[in-house]
Design a protein. Structure first.
Length: 278
């Protein structure tokens, strides 16, 4: 596999009375060009897992392999150029005086300069839907949605092989959420990049990703295609998770004997089902 986690363990507060396992023997892998979703209740280990994937955290046990090589066996700096992580709160990643300088920070550290660096910045801003007029603005003068896009642009400008996004649509209005998801899907489609999406929105996952990994209590609970995972509604409910809203409705209709397929994931699929059964 392209990116592989083997028996990964991470402990917070090791050796103290507050010791807690955030990851407990987690196995996880993602193939080239895949779009993977990660879900789990608060405290399940999602954020801890993704911070291991580009070496922001070092495991207490197990390993993270990129192209079959342990990321800690060589230069971790190079790994961070290949595996880009966008945190949930973009202001944590924005720190330069201008948007242009912020987006250029990663590529500049890769050794780019001059016209090549400027082109990377312009391409990344265009890709996330930010006009060039924001380049000389302070990133802290941007709206919430623009900050989110600027943070993503700063990672995309490095052209990582893997793009990891932690709750990228949190706090956005429906229009901003859909626009950002469209940009993420465009990145995946046009550049062939691998995308890992962490979110609490089951509806977003259902219409966006190829596969889903579910974490619970620091372990992998289940994984598979969205249809396979959300078909396990009772299992998810026992671990504090829901299925997409339309899926929940069709599970209920099926239970009432309506003769519909409860594996419906999107509104379009629901409409087709209702037409067939009308």
């Amino acid at each position: 596999m392209f990116l592989q986690v083997k028996n990964l363990t991470h402990i917070y507060g090791a050796g103290t009375p507050f010791e807690r396992k955030a990851l407990d023997g987690v196995d996880f892998s993602v193939g080239p060009g895949e779009m993977r979703g990660i879900i789990g209740h608060t405290g399940s280990g999602k954020s801890t897992l993704i911070q291991h994937l580009n070496g922001l955290l070092k495991p207490h046990g197990g390993s993270v392999l990129l192209d079959g090589k342990d990321i800690w066996s060589g230069g971790i700096r190079e790994v961070r150029f290949k595996v880009g992580l966008v945190f949930q709160y973009p202001e944590y990643q924005l720190f330069e005086e201008t948007v242009a300088a912020d987006v250029a920070f990663g590529p500049k550290n890769m050794g780019l300069s001059g016209a090549e660096l400027e082109n990377r910045v312009d391409e990344a801003l265009a890709f996330v839907g930010l006009d060039r007029s924001v380049k000389e603005k302070s990133p802290f003068d941007l709206s919430g949605g623009q900050k989110r896009r600027a943070a993503i642009a700063g990672v995309i400008a490095m052209r990582p092989r893997i793009l990891i996004l932690d709750e990228p649509t949190a706090g956005l209005d429906p229009h901003g959420r859909d626009a950002l998801l469209d940009r993420i899907k465009s990145y995946h489609r046009e550049l062939g990049g691998t995308v890992i999406l962490v979110t609490h929105s089951m509806d977003e996952l259902a219409r966006t990703v190829d596969s889903v990994t579910v974490l619970s209590n620091a372990r992998v609970l289940t994984e598979g295609t969205p249809r396979e995972v959300f078909g396990q509604a009772e299992l998810l409910a026992r671990h504090g998770l829901a299925v997409p809203g339309v899926t929940a409705v069709f599970h209920r209709l099926a239970a009432l004997g309506a003769g519909v397929d409860p594996s419906v994931l999107t509104v379009d699929e629901a409409v087709d089902q209702l037409i067939v059964n009308s």
